[in-house]
Design a protein around this ligand. Structure first.
Ligand SMILES: Nc1ncnc2c1ncn2[C@@H]1O[C@H](COP(=O)(O)OP(=O)(O)OP(=O)(O)O)[C@@H](O)[C@H]1O
Length: 602
C-alpha cells in the first residue's frame, strides 16, 4: 500500500489559488450559461421563425401609427376630407388588431422556447440532487432542492422577459425609424442621435448596475436566511440570553441590504437619464426644430406623426429595454450561476459507457486524486495517491468532516475526481459501465436501503439466483440469523418502516456480503449496530475474498483492520495500528481519547 496526500492547502497561497480557482469557475459557469441559453434559443428553428413573423405583426402599430396620423391629418381632416382621415385611423385600428393577435402568438412562441429550457434546468437540478444524495449516502436536502427549484422558475421568467423586451425593442425601433424616414428624412437625425446617446448611456451603466443588482439579490437572500435561522432557533436564542447579539447580527444583514438598495437606486437615476435622453429628448428636439422643419416643407401631419412615433412606440420600447435587461437580465445570470455552480451535470459525473464486464481483481488505486464539491470550492481531497491491494483490510479514520466519505465515494466511482484517476483492478472506474461498476464494488452508506418485498428479494438484490443455503451462510456470517428468523424467513414480506436502523443495516450488509463485488466499502455502515454486532459483521467481511475498506465509526474498526488510513486535513498517513500510533499525533490523540473515558468525556 502506498500513499501520498498534500491534504487541504492553507494560508495565503491557498487563498490566492482559491481566488483564481473561483474566478476560473465563474468564467466556466458563465460560458456554460451562455451555451445553455444559446442552445435553448436555437433548439427549434421553426419557433424562431414564428416568433419573428408574429413580432412583425406586433410591431405593425409602431410602424403605422405615425404614418396613419400624419395622413389622417394632412390628407383627411386638415384637407376637409374627414372620410379619408377616418380611413387612415381605421387602418391604424386594424394594425392594433394585428398587434393584439401577434402579442398572443409571441407569448406562445416565447413559452415554446423557455419551457423546454426550464425543463432542462429542472432535470439537471433534480438529477444532481439525486446523484449527490447517492454519492454522500445522506438524505436528500429537500430545502436546497426547493431553493434551486425557485431559482429555476426565476431563470425561466427572466429569460422570457429578456427575450420579450429585447425583441420588442428591436422591432419597435426598426418600425419607428423606418416610419420616420418615410415621413421626412430630415427628421431622422433628431430621433436617431438622442436614441443612440441614450443607448450608450444605458450600456455604460449596465456593468455597474449588474454588479449592484447581483449584490442586492445576494443580500436579500442573506437577510432571508439569517431571519429564517433566527426564527427557527428562537427558543434556543432566548434560553441562551443571546437576543441582543442575534438581533445585531440580523440587523447587520438588513443594513447591508439597505446600503446596496440605496446604491442601486442612485444608479436607477442613471437609468432614468438614459431613458430621458433616448426617449424624451427626441420630442424636445423635434419641437424646437419645428420652425426649421416647416420651412423645409414639413406639414403638421409630419410633426404630429413623428411625435406619435416617439411618444407612443420609441419611449415605451426603450423603457422596457432599460427595465427588462437591467433587472431581468441580471436575475437570469445570477439564477443560472446558482444552478450551474451545483457542479457538473450528473451524466458527466457518473461512469457511463465502457466495458460491460467488471474488472478482474479488486486492487484499488487512487492516482493523484483531487476533488472539490463545487467549481469554486476548496478541494476536500487534494493530490491523494493510495494503493489498497487485493485482500487488504483498510480502516479510514479522521475527524468529522475531513473527507472520509468523500474518499469512499471517489473510490466507488460515485464521485469523479477533478484531477487524477481512480482504478479498480487496473481499470479506470470512469470508463466502466454502470452494471460493471456495480459488479466490481459495493458501497454501503449509513442509510441502508431496504424495500418492500420479501427478505430473500432484499438480500439477493445484488446477486440474484443465490440458493437458500448460500443465503443461510451469509446470514450466519454477518450475524443476522436472529433477525431473519424474527422476520419469518426469506419468503416473509419486509416492511422497512417496521425495522430499526440497525436491522436495516444488517440486511444491507448481508446483501453486500452476497454480492459478487470484490471490493467492499463500508461507510459507517455499522453505526447503528452495537459494538459486538459491528465486530461480527466486520470480521465476516474481512474473512470474505476481496478487499475491504471501512470508514470507521468506532475506533475498534481500526484495531481490527490490517492497515489504517489517518486523514488529518494536512496529510494522510497509512500504516498498521502500531505504525500509526508511532507516526501520527492525531491517531495517538484519537486512540487516547477513546481509551481514556475521562478525556473522551464519557
Ligand atoms: N454534497 C456535498 N456538497 C458540498 N459539500 C459537501 C458535500 N458532501 C460533503 N461535503 C463537505 O465535504 C467535507 C468532507 O465531507 P465528508 O462527508 O467526506 O467528511 P467525513 O470525514 O466523512 O465526515 P463525517 O465523519 O462527519 O461523516 C465536509 O466539509 C462536508 O461539509
Amino acid at each position: 500500500m502506498t500513499l501520498r496526500w498534500t491534504g487541504r492547502r492553507d494560508g495565503a497561497r491557498a487563498g490566492r489559488r482559491g481566488g483564481a480557482r473561483a474566478e476560473a469557475a465563474r468564467q466556466a459557469t458563465r460560458a456554460e450559461a451562455r451555451e445553455l441559453l444559446w442552445r435553448a434559443a436555437r433548439r427549434r428553428p421553426g419557433v424562431l421563425v414564428r416568433l419573428f413573423a408574429w413580432s412583425l405583426a406586433e410591431a405593425a402599430p409602431a410602424f403605422l401609427s405615425g404614418q396613419a396620423l400624419a395622413h389622417a391629418l394632412d390628407d383627411g381632416f386638415a384637407a376637409g376630407r374627414p372620410a379619408t382621415g377616418l380611413a387612415w385611423l381605421g387602418l391604424m385600428a386594424v394594425a392594433w388588431l394585428a398587434a393584439a393577435l401577434g402579442a398572443r402568438q409571441v407569448l406562445l412562441a416565447i413559452a415554446a422556447i423557455v419551457e423546454p429550457f426550464r425543463d432542462t434546468l429542472l432535470r439537471r437540478v433534480v438529477a444532481g440532487t439525486l446523484y449527490r444524495t447517492a454519492a454522500s449516502g445522506m438524505r436528500p436536502d429537500s430545502a436546497a432542492l426547493a431553493r434551486l427549484g425557485r431559482q429555476v422558475e426565476l431563470a425561466r421568467d427572466s429569460f422570457a422577459a429578456v427575450i420579450a423586451v429585447s425583441r420588442s425593442f428591436l422591432f419597435s425601433v426598426t418600425g419607428v425609424l423606418v416610419g420616420v424616414l418615410t415621413l421626412m428624412d430630415a427628421v431622422l437625425p433628431l430621433v436617431l442621435l438622442p436614441l443612440a446617446a441614450g443607448l450608450a448611456l444605458f450600456s455604460a451603466s449596465l456593468p455597474a448596475m449588474a454588479r449592484l443588482q447581483r449584490r442586492l439579490i445576494l443580500a436579500e437572500e442573506g437577510t432571508a436566511s439569517s431571519v429564517a435561522a433566527m426564527v427557527d432557533a428562537l427558543r434556543d436564542v432566548t434560553a441562551c440570553g443571546a437576543e441582543d447579539r442575534v438581533a445585531a447580527a440580523v440587523g447587520r444583514d438588513v443594513t447591508r441590504q439597505a446600503e446596496v438598495a440605496k446604491a442601486l437606486s442612485r444608479l436607477t437615476a442613471a437609468r432614468m437619464l438614459s431613458l430621458a435622453v433616448g426617449g424624451w429628448l427626441p420630442i424636445l428636439m423635434v419641437l424646437v426644430a419645428t420652425p426649421a422643419l416647416v420651412r423645409d416643407g414639413a406639414t403638421a401631419g409630419v410633426i404630429l406623426g413623428t411625435l406619435t412615433y416617439v411618444a407612443q412606440s420609441l419611449t415605451p420600447a426603450l423603457g422596457g429595454l432599460v427595465q427588462g435587461v437591467g433587472v431581468n437580465g441580471v436575475r437570469l445570470v445570477v439564477a443560472l450561476e446558482r444552478i450551474l455552480s451545483m457542479g457538473p451535470a450528473p451524466r458527466q459525473a457518473l461512469a457511463a459507457d465502457g466495458p460491460g464486464t467488471p474488472p478482474r481483481g479488486a486492487l484499488l488505486r487512487l492516482r493523484r486524486v483531487t476533488f472539490a464539491y463545487g467549481p469554486a470550492a476548496e478541494p476536500v481531497v487534494s493530490d491523494l495517491s493510495l494503493v489498497v491491494r487485493e485482500g487488504d483490510h483498510l480502516a479510514v479514520v479522521g475527524p468529522s468532516g475531513i473527507g472520509k466519505s468523500t474518499v469512499a465515494a471517489l473510490a466507488a466511482g460515485l464521485l469523479r475526481p477533478g484531477e487524477g484517476q481512480v482504478l479498480i483492478g487496473g481499470v479506470p472506474v470512469a470508463s466502466l459501465s454502470g452494471p460493471a461498476l456495480s459488479a466490481a464494488r459495493v458501497l454501503i452508506p449509513q442509510e441502508a436501503y431496504v424495500f418492500r418485498g420479501t427478505l430473500g428479494e432484499n438480500l439477493t438484490y445484488l446477486a440474484p439466483g443465490r440458493s437458500p443455503s448460500e443465503l443461510d451462510k451469509a446470514v450466519d456470517a454477518v450475524g443476522m440469523a436472529e433477525l431473519a428468523a424474527r422476520i419469518g424467513g426469506y419468503e416473509a414480506l419486509v416492511d422497512p418502516s417496521e425495522l430499526s436502523s440497525g436491522e436495516r443495516q444488517l440486511i444491507a450488509l448481508t446483501r453486500a456480503y452476497l454480492s459478487p463485488a470484490r471490493l467492499i466499502l463500508l461507510d459507517e455502515a455499522t453505526c447503528h449496530l452495537d459494538p459486538a454486532a459491528e465486530a461480527r459483521a466486520e470480521e465476516a467481511f474481512a474473512a470474505r475474498e476481496g478487499t475491504l475498506i471501512v470508514i470507521a465509526h468506532r475506533l475498534t474498526s481500526a484495531l481490527r483492520a490490517r492497515r489504517v488510513l489517518v486523514m488529518d486535513g494536512v496529510r494522510a498517513q497509512v500504516g498498521t495500528h502500531e505504525e500509526m500510533i508511532a507516526a501520527s499525533p492525531l491517531y495517538r490523540d484519537l486512540m487516547g481519547r477513546w481509551e481514556d473515558p475521562v478525556a473522551s468525556g464519557a
